[in-house]
Design a protein around this ligand. Structure first.
Ligand code: NAD
Ligand code: DAU
Length: 352
């Protein structure tokens, strides 16, 4: 059996494929455009593994996608491919509209063409799983209950609006054409192979380089953090047993203000890689201008996934963040290779 996974040279997709191939004999077709965020080095342990077939290409390339589907006959398509960074979406929303909305539309159409022609048994077993975000629900105030699947969509950034649009397309392809879809809306992930443009890896990398640790605004914005491998296990579970047309919120019940995250990273680094002068990495914290339209609080109510599908995260925030910091300390080459690529142009402009 085969699955087609899009965007699997990125942070979560690559973690998903590494875990999938460690647990299953199924072949993975990995379709990734290799934007600045796509990094095949993350998948270097799969070199020579015939179960991983990498294809560089765009989810919006209907001819390519249709050919891959016809050739490999996957039983499922998992769509991780996206432009994923909120700050980039503020500076240049075009790619977000192109990939997250138009690309998802074109992918859905290619998949619909393939799925409609499948024999009855394969047709009913087929799944299209769309990986989305909690940001589609907008921002919570301090005392609001966590986001449930029934919350209204109120996206605030170009990124979250583009993801919300893609979720709506996926929903419509189910209701209109009967495409067997599943959607997951997850909170902030962290863990190995996370691009150092996002909060946690940026703080680790900047701290070690002796650079400022830029905290937006007052640092009291709240995010709900989930270790990436727990997101991957949730996706596997939804793929296996999720009800068609349903959305499932995925989160770790780990709401934390950003400044607490940054201080935790600093404390771990103080313990694991103390500075020669004995000072704390926390002295590098620098408050900077806030992100425009910055959402104040996200929180995920994951009870549907837990009760219906019996999913539970394996890591607490404390265990997951320690593993993450240890991973970055153990993999300086991965970090420096990312930094020497196109990624550096963006970071040097934004975070110099
Ligand atoms: P990422 O930016 O690290 O990786 C995205 C991958 O998609 C890259 O490998 C990139 O090359 C590829 N890609 C981009 N445009 C493409 C296109 N047009 N065709 C084919 N490939 C393309 O992102 P991530 O953090 O791994 O996020 C993966 C998915 O999970 C996204 O859909 C994102 O919205 C969602 N998500 C992310 C988080 C998070 O905290 N990172 C949380 C919830 C949901
Ligand atoms: O909630 C899920 C979303 O989480 C995903 O859909 C996105 O793809 C993913 O990028 C992430 O979005 P955020 O905007 O929450 O992640 P980011 O790491 O960019 O920022 C986390 C918080 O930290 C946010 O409140 C902004 C703040 N921040 C971020 C950076 C990069 C800082 O204070 N300083 C920084 O330098």
């Amino acid at each position: 059996m085969t699955i087609l996974v899009t965007g699997a040279a990125g942070f979560i997709g690559a973690n998903f494929v590494l875990d999938w191939l460690a647990l299953s004999q199924e072949t993975v077709i990995n379709l990734d455009k290799l934007t600045y965020a796509g990094n095949l080095e993350t998948l270097s342990s799969l070199q020579g593994d015939a179960r991983h077939i990498f294809v560089q290409g765009d989810i919006g390339d209907a001819e390519l996608v249709s050919r891959l589907l016809a050739e490999h006959q996957p039983r499922a398509v998992l769509n991780f491919a996206a432009e994923s960074h909120v700050d980039r979406s503020i500076h240049g929303p075009g790619d977000f509209i192109e990939t997250n909305i138009v690309g998802t539309f074109r992918l859905l159409e290619s998949v619909r063409g393939y799925w409609s022609a499948l024999p009855e048994q394969e047709k009913s077993a087929f799944r299209f799983l769309h990986v989305s975000t909690d940001e589609v629900y907008g921002s919570l105030s301090k005392d609001d209950p966590a986001f449930a699947e029934t919350n209204r969509y109120e996206p605030n950034s170009p990124y979250s609006a583009s993801k919300a649009a893609s979720d709506h397309l996926v929903r419509a392809w189910h209701h209109t054409y009967g495409l067997p879809v599943l959607t997951t809306n997850c909170s902030n992930n962290y863990g190995p192979y996370h691009f150092p443009e996002k909060l946690i890896p940026l703080m680790i990398v900047n701290a070690l380089a002796g650079k400022p640790l830029p905290v937006y605004g007052d640092g009291m914005q709240i995010r709900d953090w989930l270790y990436v491998k727990d997101h991957c296990s949730a996706i596997r579970r939804v793929l296996e047993a999720g009800r068609l047309g349903e959305t499932y919120n995925v989160g770790g019940w780990n709401e934390k203000p950003n400044i607490e995250i940054v201080n935790t990273v600093c404390k771990l680094l103080d313990e694991l890689r103390p500075k020669a002068d004995g000072s704390s990495y926390a002295t590098q914290i620098t408050y900077v201008t806030d992100r425009p339209g910055h959402d104040r609080r996200y929180a995920i109510d994951a009870r549907k996934l837990e009760a219906e599908l019996g999913w539970k995260p394996a890591e607490t925030f404390e265990s997951g963040i320690r593993k993450t910091v240890e991973w970055y300390l153990a993999n300086p080459q991965w970090v420096s290779n990312v930094q020497s690529g196109a990624y550096r142009d963006w970071v040097s402009k934004q975070y110099a």
